[in-house]
Design a protein around this ligand. Structure first.
Ligand code: SF4
Length: 445
């Protein structure tokens, strides 16, 4: 049973010193009970408290890291639904490499995967891991593949190698790289020993809840606690059910055997089936999905979905409010106005750029809200935009006295003109995609 805030409070020093960042021991106890803090944040906790609260204050889903240079962190989730709080560690996307492919083919695939990056709303999106399946007869080919990956990539590695001797040599070669070992079969003492000696995590595979819980308990008892769970299921519906039950058991029932990140190897009959499954398990509740083939269109879709799911809904991504030059604007160039919601900014600036003109883009502080939301909340209205424009002394930066506002907020044009004497307000198009045609039909300066 999870401990209540009051149970935890009884074990704390009760001095209310505030060294943990909250003013009272009771407030800290409540944070611990909600898994929003860790006991180590109280420097005065007694040994008894550490012993009693140690396990109870562990996050319900363990944090596991794979890789060395920029390790992928997965797990440590505290909620079932993103809107309850947020999801913290985004699903790692792994691409499969097979050792049976010839060296040239492998090298070009590794390079292609490594170089595929998408920039979206100011973030760089890319795949996180290589999943190396040893399906050739020869041990040396496995080691050669590891070498190719290490020479051409900094991504973390999951090893799928049924040949334990080759696996051991591979792990020796990957010393200090924090890889993960994927097990298709029941975990053995040998697997546990390899994981312990090489600082590797284990991906456990089972076909029933009981079996998975038993294996995770066995590995934990033997000293390997960096586990990732793969409950293989017959179809996507069943897998969704399994994933939901495991996440719920970990969070709501504090069932420690399922308190680890989840894993799925995605298989599909065609590209649509494949993408649907990958999207489903990315949302609920896998921490790693493995894709058997590299497909840019599919990856782009998954990157976008992942970015949306793992963005904190309480903190919209925003850009700094200021004037942004688009292209190489002169003082005579037109002035567009928008909000500082990242997605809005990147779409509008991109469309202005695509239209072939240079312009000034005034990005107002709307606390990261989009145009209509900010308008409805009273944050993107004539008076506030005018105050911002005066504040940044726009008149000294440009010669034009025309402002182009988004077509969706045409109703603020009168107020804005009243608040900014000497300026003319032009109502722009509603959709950013129409900017290119809009700039050709209207005199903007
Ligand atoms: S640091 Fe420890 S003793 Fe001090 S207020 Fe926080 S919980 Fe209480």
């Amino acid at each position: 049973m999870p401990l209540s805030g009051l149970d935890i409070f009884k074990l704390l020093p009760k001095t209310n010193c505030g060294d943990c960042g909250v003013p009272t021991c009771m407030a800290f106890a409540m944070k611990l009970a909600q898994k929003k803090a860790e006991l180590s944040e109280c420097p005065h906790a007694s040994e008894e408290a550490k012993e009693t609260l140690g396990a109870a204050s562990e996050p319900p889903v363990r944090l596991v890291k794979i890789g060395k240079a920029k390790p992928l962190e997965i797990g440590n989730e505290t909620v079932m639904f993103r809107h309850e709080k947020t999801f913290f560690h985004q699903t790692g996307i792994a691409l499969q490499l097979r050792t049976s492919e010839d060296e040239e083919q492998l090298l070009s695939k590794i390079k292609e995967i490594e170089n595929y990056k998408v920039e979206r709303v100011g973030e760089e999106l890319k795949a996180d891991l290589f999943f190396i399946s040893h399906d050739s007869e020869e041990k040396d080919v496995f080691l050669k593949t590891l070498q190719l990956v290490k020479q051409n990539s900094t991504k973390g590695i999951i090893l799928d190698c049924p040949d334990k001797e080759a696996l051991k040599e591979g792990l020796d070669w990957l010393k200090d790289e924090q890889p993960a070992i994927f097990l298709k079969e029941e975990v053995t003492d040998k697997d546990i020993e390899l994981a312990k000696n090489h600082n590797a995590s284990l991906v456990l595979t089972a076909y029933s809840f009981d079996d998975l819980a038993r294996q995770s308990e066995k590995a934990k008892q033997a000293g390997v606690n960096d586990l990732i769970l793969n409950l293989a299921s017959k179809n996507a519906g069943l897998q969704l059910q399994h994933n939901t039950i495991m996440r719920r058991s970990a969070l709501k029932k504090n069932f420690k055997s399922f308190g680890y990140p989840l894993f799925t190897f995605i298989q599909g009959e065609n590209e649509f089936d494949f993408l649907a499954k990958a999207s489903l398990f990315l949302c609920k509740y896998d921490s790693i999905i493995v894709l058997p083939r590299f497909n840019k269109a599919m990856l782009y879709t998954l990157f976008t979905l992942r970015q949306n799911i793992y963005t904190d809904p309480q903190k919209p991504i925003q850009v700094d409010p200021k004037v942004y030059p688009i292209g190489e604007p002169s003082p005579e160039s037109p002035v567009f106005v928008t909000t500082n919601f990242s997605l809005t900014y990147f779409i509008v600036s991109g469309e202005i750029e695509n239209s072939g003109i240079s312009a000034h883009l005034v990005v107002c502080d709307t606390e990261g809200q989009s145009v209509l939301t900010a308008w409805a909340a009273g944050k993107f209205v004539g008076e506030k935009i005018a105050a911002f424009i005066k504040d940044i002394k726009l008149e000294q930066q440009v010669k034009t006295r025309k402002l182009i506002i988004p077509g969706f907020v045409s109703q603020i044009s009168g107020d804005l003109e009243e608040s900014l004497p000497g300026w003319e307000v032009i109502v722009g198009c509603q959709e950013a995609a129409d900017i290119a045609s809009f700039v050709k039909t209207v005199k903007l300066t």
